[in-house]
Every structure is written in C-alpha cells, then in structure tokens.
Design a protein around this ligand. Sequence first.
Ligand SMILES: [Zn+2]
Length: 375
Amino acid sequence: MGVHHGHILRILRDEGPQSRADLSRRSKLSATTLTHVTAALLRDGSILEGDTSLPNGVVGRPAQAVKLAPDARSVAGVHIGAGNVQVAITDLLARPKATAAFAFDTEAADPDEIVGQVSRTVTELAAEVQVETSRLLGVGIGVPGPVDPARRTALASINVGWRNVPLADKLEDALRLPTTVEHNVSAMALAESHYGIGKNVPALLYIYLRTGLGAGLMVDGAPFRPGGHGAVELGHIQIVAEGKRCACGNVGCLETFVCERALMDAAGLKGAAPDNLLARVEQNTAAWDVVVRHLTTALASAVNILSPDLIVFGGHLGDAPQSLFERLERDLPLRIMPHMRDILSIRRATFGAQSGAIGGAAVALDQFFYSGALH
Ligand SMILES: [Zn+2]
C-alpha cells in the first residue's frame, strides 16, 4: 500500500491540486484503491480536500479537489562540505522554515563530533519552528564523495579525510530519526529536479564548484547512480596529458584547473574564497581564458556522453559572471552533437547558498515521504 501513497503524493506535488477522478486517471489506480489511499492521507494530514482551486483553465462546477498540505510535516536537510555544514528544516516542498550553518576544521574532522553538532543544530532549529524533533519525517545528509548503495555510509570524502564513515547509523543513534546519506551534488540535483529549475526535465546535470568540482545527474526524476554510488566525476576528466597531480592520483584533471585553490591562485587571492571568485579570476584575462577553455572541453565531453537537457551551475559556478554563460553559448555548440545544440540549456541553480541543505531535505523527502515509506 505504501507505494500507492507515495505515488499519489508525488502526483499532487508535481501537478498540483486535482479531483479524485483526475488522480485516478493519472495514477492508474482503481477508484476503490484511490479512496482508501486518499482517506489514509487525509487522516494523517498529508493532504487536504474541499479546496476548489482547480488548475487555471478548468471550467464548470469544480469537483472536490485534493491537494498536498505542504506544512503538514517537516524534514531536516544537512549538507557536509569541506569545512562547513549547513542544516535546514523544510516543509514538504523543500521550502526552508529555518536554517543554520557551522564551520569545522578539515584537518581534524572527527565524524562523531560533527554528528553531535548536527544533532544539536537539528534539535535547535526544530524548536525554533515549534516542531517536535520526533515529528520530523527524517533526515537527508549530502556528503562530498560517493556513498554506498544502501545510502548509509560516506565511502570516500577526500576533502574531509573520511573513509567508510557510517553517517546514517551515527545520526540515527543521536537523533532517533530515519536518516539517508547521499552524494552531495546528487542531492542538489535531486532538489533542482523536483522543486527547482529542473521540473519536468528528462536529464539534468548539476555541476557544483567549491573546494573541488563535483557533479550529479538526474534521469527522469531519479538520481543516476551507476554502481549505486551516485557521483559523476566530471572534475576528473583529464584535460591535459602532462599536468599537475590531482587528488585522485591522475594528472591534468579538470579539477586541477577548476577548483578553489587553483582559481584563488589565478586571481592572486589569499584567505577564504569570495562569492564572486570567478569574476575575480576573469580580471586576469590569460588565466580566465584557460579556465573557460578547459571547462568547455569537459562540458563538451559530458554533453556528448550524457546528453543532458539542462546543466545547472551551483556553488561558484552559480555566481559566475554572465560572460561565462555567453562564452559557453558561443563555444559549446561547436563541440557537441548537432541534435544537442537546440536541446541543451545552462542555468544558475535555483537555491543559491542554501542548495546543499535543500538537497539534503530533498533526499529525506524522497525517501521518507514521496516513496510512501511512512504510510
Ligand atoms: Zn582527478
């Protein structure tokens, strides 16, 4: 039965309020099954009825519509980056109700300490929005690097120095809430696909530039995770045969040119990376040209292999100067398959600085609500 509940909730999330007749048609469930499912969802408050706000353009006497009740429940989303953690409590449409962030030292990143601080932060934020922590549906955590197929363990977070950390078990022990771990850029891609700029986009490639360059791919609304691991390693496409040694062991990877450290050097900056990092690099014309050329080469390979309809830029790429988009619009079509030239678009991420935590929330929502796992 749970699967049907999730299916109905997803339709209401993605297509808005509608009559039971429309729901039956879209879900291909019998009227009897649908009646049982909607009755259970009404009882637990996940959906509401009696609202006649049918979609625009529908005329005649409105049938009694049912719709999602986005405020009915909440989830916690967590993003673990290199040296910082973001936490958000969101509603059922991944809209933040409260957010917080804290920093940690990547040289001494003890998972137990970080889990303890995440747990305290979730509890504080839940109190702030007057939700009992035990009433949260669950927690989604985005981590740098790949995760195990069961999505409970961070397998290799190079920038944080973690290997095989069972984060879901640790946080479940601390918070007593069901928890899922996801590769952090896949989580951001999931959020854009269901709640942001990527709704109804068949294939979405999210590219996130911070300390490193990560990517996540969504296909038909689900993360693409070959081998179960979730990461698309765009940053480790080799750009030059003779180049700097990369953290992955290879030489000349895209990430040796397009990562915070290389870009800070190119811009002649020290200290913490500014939000307008790419605009600062652009002022050094020669360095900027190298960055744009190598990024274009890697994007062309990614487009030719993955055929994304939409590429979403997050992190520093989300804050990139408009000139980057103009250069890509000029140079990329020449290097991709002709049929992709009309299909592909490149956009900035919807959720800006909150992308990571909203990504975590999207993971929790998918796992514990829209899958019907709670029903
Ligand atoms: Zn590499």
